[in-house]
Design a protein around this ligand. Structure first.
Ligand code: 2IT
Length: 447
């Protein structure tokens, strides 16, 4: 590996030893970059990598709010504006008890390269809070979102930083956040947030975009192998926004999703999860915020508590829940069961050991920053529509999303194909994402 890359990784691991997820993603990205960094000695002279691993700005703030019983709670809010070289900062807000600075920085760093891959002019950011929306009333969520935005609004704007949703932040939260932003700003700047409802500037296909995009990416991967999704069984993890889009698009393209998972466990439905079952899941999650176990009860299929679906036999795995949900042993189990491809709907769902297992077995492995870029891509298209004060048809948005995912795939193949023809999608995505950010940073001087 390049000495320069090695040194920067070591420095990050020493300096941020208490931020394990951030160190994990820095090592994953930088260790792909050896050949390009060595080919550009000018990068080291201007400390390009040292600058790239430090966010341009980290905003950490207090979020006090009152529950329905009049008790006061205080959460920590974050916005990590990681890299703004190629456009306004862009990335989601995550509300989950596990949120901390390490998770925010890992997601912001990852987002920088993902956003670069989309070909759209957007920089990388992430934010959120350790607030747990589970079990909170609508009014409590509203008051929390208002308190969160009361600080955040001064740091964002349609040309500055454009947040969206992530885990725990969906259409309802974006609505409350926008209402408060509009009130404080005193102007109608709906390009400040994406993932909005249709009635105030949201884009068609945005709710489904991450899942649709992950399946379009997988379709390109299969096509490159002279294969199709037709008839393939797919193990899906998660049952939120990403998983819904994944399940819908897989079924449309003739594949059979057979698993879903929640924090409580997973279900295995060998008959496949069709449209009607999907509608039930959406109702379960949206209206009752229920657990996946209820699916098994309703459809009489297998439910396994406290586990993930990676022991079930499937042709393809599509982890669509959260980070580090496939470890080395589970990866070996997937390989032993004959899985041919793993495509990540979530951010960093595979541990470094799991990635090594997939790559050594020459399994097609599509990392999240490429495979799940469809969500932020349609966010970028929502920004375009807001700027021109028009909204596009779902056909137009979907066609653009499809083209973007194919383009990302092509770029990954270009930079990731190895001597024996195996496409190392990790290397491809990291180098392709990096090159655009690097070029922009080099052109803009030492800032
Ligand atoms: O991880 C992600 O790419 C997102 N949560 C979506 C970000 C966005 O700005 O739409």
């Amino acid at each position: 590996m390049s000495k320069y890359v090695e040194r920067v990784i070591e420095d990050v691991k020493t300096k941020y030893a208490n931020e394990p997820e951030f160190c994990q993603t820095v090592e994953e990205v930088l260790s792909s970059l050896g050949p390009v960094v060595d080919a550009h000695p000018e990068y080291e002279k201007v400390a390009l990598l040292e600058r790239m691993v430090i966010p341009e700005r980290v905003i950490e703030f207090r979020v006090p709010w009152e529950d329905d019983n009049g008790n006061i709670h205080v959460n920590t809010g974050y916005r990590v504006q990681f890299n703004g070289a190629i456009g306004p900062y862009k990335g989601g807000l995550r509300f989950a008890p596990s949120v901390n600075l390490s998770i925010m920085k890992f997601l912001g760093f990852e987002q920088t390269f993902k956003d670069s891959l989309t070909t759209l002019p957007i920089g990388g950011a992430k934010g959120g809070s350790d607030f747990d929306p589970n079990g909170k009333s609508d009014r409590e969520v509203m008051r929390f979102c208002q308190a969160f935005m009361t600080e955040l609004y001064r740091h964002i704007g349609p040309d500055v930083d454009v947040p969206a949703g992530d885990l725990g932040v969906g259409g309802r939260e974006i609505g409350y956040l926008f209402g408060q932003y509009r009130k404080l700003r005193g102007a109608y700047e709906n390009g400040v947030l994406t993932g909005k409802a249709r009635s105030f500037g949201g884009s068609l296909i945005r709710p489904e975009a991450t899942g649709f995009g992950a399946v379009y990416y997988l379709e390109s991967v299969m096509k490159h192998e002279h294969d199709t999704l037709e008839g393939k069984t797919v193990a899906v993890a998660g049952f939120g926004n990403v998983a819904w889009g994944v399940v819908q698009k897989l079924s449309e393209l003739g594949a059979k999703p057979v698993t879903l998972s929640g924090p409580d466990g997973y279900i295995y439905d060998p008959d496949g999860i069709d449209r009607e079952k999907l509608d039930y899941i959406m109702e379960l999650k949206n209206l009752y915020r229920g657990r996946i176990r209820e699916y098994a009860e309703k459809y009489g299929c297998k439910y396994v508590a406290g586990a993930r679906p990676w022991g079930e036999k499937a042709d393809i795995a599509l982890p669509s829940a959260t980070q580090n949900e496939i470890n080395g042993d589970q990866a070996r189990q997937l390989v032993a069961n004959g899985v041919m491809a793993v495509s990540e709907g979530a951010n960093m769902p595979s541990t470094p050991e799991a990635i090594r297992v997939f790559q050594e077995a020459k399994i097609l492995y599509a990392p999240g920053k490429a495979a799940n870029a469809g969500g932020v891509s349609v966010s970028g298209l929502e920004m375009s529509q807001n700027s021109e004060r028009l909204s596009w048809t779902s056909e137009e948005v979907d066609a653009r999303l499809h083209a973007i995912m194919e383009n990302i795939h092509q770029n990954c193949v270009k930079y990731g194909t190895e001597a024996d023809g195996y496409v190392n999608y990790v290397k491809g995505a990291n180098i392709a994402g990096f090159m655009k950010v690097a070029k922009a940073m080099m052109a803009q001087g030492i800032v």
